[in-house]
Design a protein around this ligand. Structure first.
Ligand SMILES: Nc1ncnc2c1ncn2[C@@H]1O[C@H](COP(=O)(O)OP(=O)(O)OP(=O)(O)O)[C@@H](O)[C@H]1O
Length: 344
């Protein structure tokens, strides 16, 4: 049986009109998430990872403009919801947020209120989505704090966020996100601000919760090491577009897009990089107000072919395995003249 898709983004666009010009932060993004899998989203800063994820839940800045596309979501009970513009703003969205879909962010204080105890905040979410008494909701809060391996959960439940360390706040935010047993968790750089040891602990926790709860995760990070550790599949983003999608093995061992290849070439690998010079990606991420014509990666691409890559936006190339690359000349070989001719 093919895996069940619980989230499908089709050609989603989000633009920001600014004084300096139009920023096409998300420019026709499509990706899907299967039930119970972890999809890692990677890409340099500004590639549109966060804005895409926030567009799923309609948690966008006020100046964001919807530039089309659709988001489909299948709830745990199998009900399919098309999160069209109207629905995204209404009651459906409110019931999904914190219910079927949970969210964790890099900075816990964006999700936690500083003026309420951890327990009160979890109890409110539980009571918003489930018919339970106050005492039952408090019991559930303690259970959730135990589940996220919070030390002294019976005590912490009555603490305010400022009493907690960074790692403990992250655990509290995860407990809040899991309050209603979501089938999808959107995790936006949840470990980036933590020290390496705490980061490893939180990743382990998310992995074990994901398996235990059969929960899918969209895990956003700029760190390939982290994504290799947690993800089943990876989507690579560049300047508002998904340029490649594949399983972790496909992305690490058979990347087809020159951008993915360049990103992987620029990370140090234990044992393998010794004595070797790391590659850097030439040039800078272009200014979002002046995105290059054609394939927006072409000015930095070692394999760009003039007359093709600077002119036409590449189509998506589908491989039999399911791997996808948006490139005129995908693959590990250099572009051959026949393919160049066919593309022109
Ligand atoms: N409120 C806003 N107004 C104008 N531009 C914005 C706004 N929010 C985001 N952007 C722009 O949208 C683009 C995508 O931003 P986004 O935060 O999604 O990138 P990202 O890949 O998540 O980066 P990072 O890893 O740094 O979080 C960037 O060019 C950013 O400057």
């Amino acid at each position: 049986m093919p895996p069940e898709r619980i989230l499908q983004l089709n050609d989603v666009g989000v633009h920001f009109p600014t004084r300096d010009g139009l920023v096409k932060a998300v420019n026709g993004v499509s990706y899907h998430v299967n039930r119970g899998e972890v999809l890692g989203i990677v890409g340099e800063s500004g590639s549109g990872k966060s804005v895409t994820a926030r567009s799923i839940m309609r948690l966008l800045p006020k100046n964001a403009v919807d530039a089309g596309g659709s988001v489909q979501f299948r709830k745990r009970d199998g009900q399919e919801i098309v999160l069209s513009e109207q629905e995204r703003l209404g009651k459906t969205m409110r019931s999904l947020r914190g219910g079927d879909i949970g969210m964790v962010f890099q900075e816990p204080m964006t999700a936690l209120s500083p003026v309420h105890t951890i327990g009160t905040q979890i109890m409110r979410t539980v009571m918003l989505h489930q018919k339970v008494s106050k005492a039952q909701a408090r019991q559930r809060a303690i259970e959730l704090l135990t589940k996220v391996q919070m030390p002294r959960p019976n005590e912490i439940v009555d603490n305010y966020p400022h009493h907690l360390s960074g790692g403990m706040r992250q655990r509290a935010m995860i407990a809040l996100a899991l309050a209603c047993d979501p089938c999808l968790l959107i995790a936006d750089e949840p470990t980036t601000a933590l020290d390496v040891t705490t980061e490893a602990q939180i990743l382990e926790l998310l992995k074990s919760l994901q398996q235990e709860m059969d929960m899918a995760i969209v895990f956003i990070t700029h760190n390939f090491g982290v994504v290799a550790d947690i993800a089943d599949r990876i989507a690579v983003m560049y300047l508002g577009r998904v340029v490649e999608t594949g399983t972790v093995d496909e992305i690490f061992y058979e990347p087809k897009h020159p951008y993915t290849q360049a990103l992987l070439g620029s990370i140090p690998r234990l044992g393998k990089s010794h004595g070797k010079r790391l590659r850097t990606i030439s040039g800078m991420v272009p200014d979002p107000y002046n995105v290059p014509s054609g394939c927006s990666f072409h000015p930095r691409c070692e394999r760009a072919v003039a007359g093709v890559c600077n002119v036409r936006i590449p189509d998506v190339v589908h491989y039999a395995s399911g791997q996808i690359a948006r490139c005129h000349f995908p693959g590990t070989d250099l572009p051959d003249p026949d393919r160049m001719e066919a593309a022109q």
